[in-house]
Design a protein around this ligand. Structure first.
Ligand SMILES: Cc1cc2nc3c(=O)[nH]c(=O)nc-3n(C[C@H](O)[C@H](O)[C@H](O)COP(=O)(O)OP(=O)(O)OC[C@H]3O[C@@H](n4cnc5c(N)ncnc54)[C@H](O)[C@@H]3O)c2cc1C
Length: 530
């Protein structure tokens, strides 16, 4: 007997959980299927020897979406603000409010005293984007507001805001191009340019990259780790009567019969399906037998588009447990820290040199690749998260856990793996990151490490089945095979396959946690309406 459900959601990341929770809240019979033993996907927290580590996103930005969604679902998520520090060499500042843009500008002036005009132009750009962001986020996302219960709010606040919102989207159009190209037009000093943009993905839209300064002030951290967010949404989903199957990976979709098959050979019948995982996998594993010819053609076209597009960048992360008290670290920065050990910047190292390395791969010695890696680590920007500085329970007394990551190329690690020296490469990279951190930031770390371990783009690919180890779905480089216009967001949840909807980081670009939640909600609404 095959089990049958009104709605099946595949993928228990935050998008799938949101979709499942909202559909179950509306009384639908929902089954959520997740390949791992626990849900959460790229939002996950785990404990090791008393240390709490966040394996995916390090803190959350509400972006007018997460907190309203929690309120709408009646979820309590005890959290603290998570201020961000920014540092270059020994010079470190903290961003707690918009006013700290001045401190950021002063940091850049101290580091690049000859580039005053460049910095003025940059600050003016950030200010412009901030003013736009303030309008975009001036109201809670309407998706999570029940206007029927509060018509006054709709007329008084939301309606007048709508006009400004559309105008702002138009203004942002001129800032849609790649940030590196835009900055090349306003910043002459290449090192300064690198320090500002090298921790963004390639071709990140300018407004998205430059909005980060504003978003820094929006970050919050759930007590117990970011993984508490999916945990709470999952609890709500179950309370609404939803059913959950973990440890089951869907391997085939048969839309003509409305059947799914998992990796253990079990089949599931659905009326509607929401796919909240990698879309390339969906199209590659959809059987089109028995579907009308025009539908088959549409599916084939989508499949080709998905195959021709790039996944987003990935990360390499080092987790460190240190026998040093939190005070040692809080004397330098807050718990979320973007750090540049050098003011020089990556220059051609992470793009041109890497491309050339991959092109000449077969002819290169391992020593040449490791030399590149040394420079990559020395001149890069690190995202450092120290959970115990946000939540005192996140480490044993007197000890500190540190999470340090770098954007990292999937293809490079994949080749190293194919060539059979993955473990050695990983160990080398761990040592490199450790020595950069010890030499530039935390000298006392040396000799005080209790244990450390790492996760590469391959670990991410394996854990969440995200092709290319992508951490935000599609790359910003064209062609992007899904919608990337806010005005088209309602359509972002449609697929070419009958009765199958999509949600999450592969369904809309640019993405991240808030967009995954928003598309999860939109997909649930579509399905429930039908
Ligand atoms: C290091 C890091 C830092 C980040 N920083 C930020 C940030 O600052 N701000 C921000 O907004 N976002 C950030 N992100 C991105 C954000 O975490 C993701 O975009 C978001 O969590 C994606 O959620 P999702 O549900 O769409 O996808 P996922 O979390 O990938 O969920 C997909 C789920 O589907 C499951 N699955 C896959 N295939 C199958 C299958 N065949 N059958 C069953 N289940 C399947 C997976 O196991 C997974 O649980 C970061 C991510 C990382 C890793």
């Amino acid at each position: 007997m095959m089990e049958a459900h009104e709605l099946i959601v595949v993928g228990g990341g935050i998008a799938g959980l949101t979709a499942a929770a909202y559909a179950a809240k509306r009384g639908m019979d929902v089954l959520l299927i997740e390949k791992n033993e626990t849900c959460g996907g790229l939002i996950n927290t785990f404990a090791r020897d008393g240390f709490t580590f966040d394996g995916g996103v390090r803190a959350l930005e509400s972006a007018g979406i997460i907190k309203p969604m929690l309120a709408d679902l009646g979820i309590e998520l005890p959290s603290v603000k998570s201020p961000v520090s920014v540092g270059i060499g020994k010079d470190i500042i903290t961003v707690e409010s918009e006013g700290d843009l001045e401190a950021y500008a002063a940091l850049l002036r101290r580091t690049y005293p000859e580039s005053g005009e460049d910095i003025d132009r940059l600050v003016s750009l950030i200010r412009t984007v901030m003013s736009h962001m303030k309008i975009l986020y001036a109201v809670d996302n309407p998706l999570f507001k029940n206007f029927r219960e509060d018509l006054g709010y709709f007329l008084r606040v939301y309606l007048p805001w709508m006009g400004k919102f559309i105008l702002t989207l138009r203004k942002l159009d001129s800032l849609k191009g790649p940030v590196e190209e835009y900055l090349a037009g306003i910043i002459k000093n290449p090192s300064l340019r690198d320090i500002v943009d090298q921790h963004f993905f390639k071709a990140t839209p300018t407004f998205f990259a430059m909005s980060y300064f504003y978003l820094y002030t929006d970050y919050f951290y759930p007590l117990g780790g970011v993984g508490k967010l999916p945990e709470r949404v999952q609890e709500k989903f179950l309370r609404f009567g939803g059913k959950l199957k973990t440890g089951r990976r869907i391997v085939a979709v048969k839309p003509a019969e409305k059947v799914l098959v998992d990796d253990q050979g079990y089949s599931y019948q659905y009326k509607k399906l929401i796919w909240a995982a990698d879309l390339r996998f969906l199209y590659a594993n959809t059987e089109t037998n028995g579907l009308p010819e025009p539908v088959v053609r549409n599916i084939a076209a989508k499949k080709t588009a998905m195959e021709g597009a790039k996944s987003s960048e990935s990360v390499f992360t080092l987790f460190i447990a240190a026998d040093l008290p939190p005070d040692y670290f809080s004397a330098l920065s807050r718990g979320h820290f973007f750090y540049n050990p050098s003011a020089q910047g990556l220059g051609a190292i992470h793009r041109k040199e890497l491309a050339s390395l991959l092109e000449r791969w077969e002819r290169l010695s391992r020593a040449t690749i490791l030399d590149w890696l040394d420079r990559f680590c020395r001149y890069n920007t690190y995202e450092i998260s120290i959970p115990v500085l946000k939540d005192p329970q996140a480490a044993p007394p007197g000890k500190t856990g540190i999470i340090a990551s770098l954007l990292f190329d999937y293809e490079l690690v994949k080749r190293v793996h194919t060539d059979g020296w993955y473990d050695g490469f990983k160990a080398y990279l761990e040592q490199k990151i450790l020595s950069v951190l010890t030499e530039n930031l935390y000298p006392q770390l040396s000799g005080r490490i209790l244990f450390s371990f790492s996760a590469s783009p391959l670990s991410i690919e394996e854990r969440v089945a995200s092709s290319g180890g992508a951490i935000v779905g599609w790359s910003f480089e064209y062609p992007i095979p899904v919608t990337s216009s806010m005005l088209g967001v309602n359509e972002s949840v449609l697929t070419a396959i009958p009765d199958i909807y999509q949600a999450g980081q592969w369904s809309y670009s640019p993405t991240g946690v808030p967009t995954s939640i928003m598309t999860g909600r939109l997909a649930a609404d579509r399905v429930a309406k039908k």
